[in-house]
Design a protein around this ligand. Structure first.
Ligand SMILES: C[S@@+](CC[C@H](N)C(=O)[O-])C[C@H]1O[C@@H](n2cnc3c(N)ncnc32)[C@H](O)[C@@H]1O
Length: 252
């Protein structure tokens, strides 16, 4: 595994960190039960056709994809992390497939009924064009009338509750996490040692607000249907909501 130390190896933080075993150790609490409860809420709310084609964009190890497939949908999970996709492939069946793809790349045209991008899997790119390219690729891949769900953090609340430093212990590793705000980005610096090796990883996520998403979605051609603020799908409130979940439609 290549380790990006402050991008000395010329790789972007998201190429390296999500592919490392330490990411999964640190966030091991992001479990299947949480994913399944959210999928149930979303499906109850959206009512897709029983055989709908759903793309889990940035699926990680496939926790949402697997459950969507169990509910009877035709599911494609894609992610940049080859380690995660390799793991997810054990769950493949006739109506569930996984493959490695960069979210900026178009994988289908007028094909999916729904695209889900869940758990802050957006806003990783420095350039606006790259972030727009993701929305364009999603738009192209949806059928007219298809729905895109983008589940992001609520930047306004995050800004006011940003904790400076914390320490988390998982599987015998002590992670020292420092959070800070840089212009346009939430930055998390994660340091730890494993055996005699020292590691440092960075997470860098854009501080996109409700207004930013409204602009991004409208320039891509999407029509925003709903803004939700948590995994129970309560309405979004900029001051109090934990999440910003954009539900948008490709108008035919
Ligand atoms: C916060 S994780 C969420 C994973 C999954 N949605 C879940 O909830 O378990 C973000 C995911 O985005 C993936 N990712 C990062 N950059 C990507 C890119 N450029 N294209 C596709 N996937 C990417 C990572 O590999 C990682 O699996």
């Amino acid at each position: 595994m290549g380790i990006c130390r402050d991008n000395e190896m010329n790789c972007e933080w998201y190429e390296d960190w999500f592919d490392s075993k330490y990411y999964h150790i640190l966030y091991g609490n992001r479990n299947a039960a949480e994913a399944e409860a959210f999928v149930d809420k979303l499906i109850d709310f959206l009512h897709p056709d029983k055989k709908a084609r759903i793309h889990d964009l940035c699926c990680g190890k496939g926790r949402h994809s697997v459950y969507l497939s169990r509910k009877g949908f035709e599911v494609t999970g894609t992610d940049l992390s080859s380690e995660s996709i390799q793991y997810a492939k054990q769950f493949e069946n006739n109506s569930l497939s996984f493959f490695v793809n960069d979210m900026r790349r178009i994988i289908r045209v007028n094909y999916f009924d729904c695209v889900f991008n869940l758990f802050t899997s957006f806003g990783y790119f420095k350039s606006d064009k790259d972030n727009e390219d993701v929305l364009k690729a999603v738009y192209t891949s949806l059928k007219p009338g298809g729905v895109f769900v983008l589940d992001f953090l609520n930047s306004e609340k995050m800004r006011s509750t940003l904790v400076g430093k914390e320490t988390k212990e998982a599987e015998g590793i002590v992670f020292h996490i420092a959070k800070r705000l840089e212009p346009g980005f939430f930055v998390k610096e994660i340091r730890f040692s494993d055996g005699c090796k020292e590691f440092k990883f960075i997470e860098r996520v854009r501080t996109f607000s409700k207004a930013d998403f409204k602009t991004l979605f409208s320039i891509t051609g999407f029509h925003i249907l709903h803004l939700k603020g948590d995994y129970q799908l309560h309405d979004f409130d900029e001051k109090t909501s934990d999440r910003l979940i954009v539900i948008a439609e490709k108008r035919g």
